[in-house]
Ligand binder design. Structure first.
Ligand code: CTP
Ligand code: ZN
Length: 151
């Protein structure tokens, strides 16, 4: 299949194999700002996925927290660290066993949302579509409900 050409980057991070339509959620998580430039491919043909989204960020790497957040919207994404135009490190996002401190529970009465809140924590119930369950109040969250509540 023909690949859409987005220019290669010199130094930075390529987040590949993002489920189509989710680049915008990834951008929200990373909060791409004035000191890094990014190219975004939406609905790009992919031999593995049919079509996918891809984001190339010049001059920036991802923190462990950002990768944990990324797992909520693109659990099968590939992270390529680029140095001097070459892929230096290729890694997978991978799903954590528990999602700790990165998603706000939607239940306003949950103990994690009390006056002196404790850290949110969820089990992963399913990954397609992403579904998580609060370990404290047992409420289930999925899809946009998760994306809109990433802390
Ligand atoms: N890439 C880039 N700039 C570079 C090097 C690579 O933008 N200087 C991009 C490529 O265009 C590709 C991704 O980073 O989208 C991964 O590169 P590479 O490992 O060479 O491609 P594939 O073998 O197709 O990756 P995979 O096997 O993970 O699908
Ligand atoms: Zn809860």
């Amino acid at each position: 299949m023909e690949e859409l050409k987005i220019e290669k980057i010199k130094e930075g991070t390529v987040i590949d194999h993002i489920p189509k339509g989710n680049a915008i959620n990834v951008i929200k998580i990373l909060g791409i700002c004035s000191d890094s430039s990014a190219s975004i491919g939406i609905n790009v043909p992919s031999s593995r996925m049919g079509s996918k989204d891809i984001i190339k960020i010049e001059g920036r790497s991802l923190s462990a927290t950002e990768i944990a957040k990324l797992s909520m919207v693109a659990p099968k994404a590939t992270i390529n660290q680029i140095r001097n135009y070459k892929v230096e490190i290729k890694s997978n996002v991978d799903l954590p066993e528990r999602v700790i401190g990165i998603v706000r529970c939607i239940n306003t009465r949950c103990i994690t949302r009390a006056m002196e809140p404790i850290k949110s924590e969820f089990y992963i119930v399913a990954s397609e579509p992403m579904t998580i369950r609060c370990i404290y109040c047992e409420i289930e969250m999925n899809g946009n409900m998760i994306h809109d509540n990433i802390i």
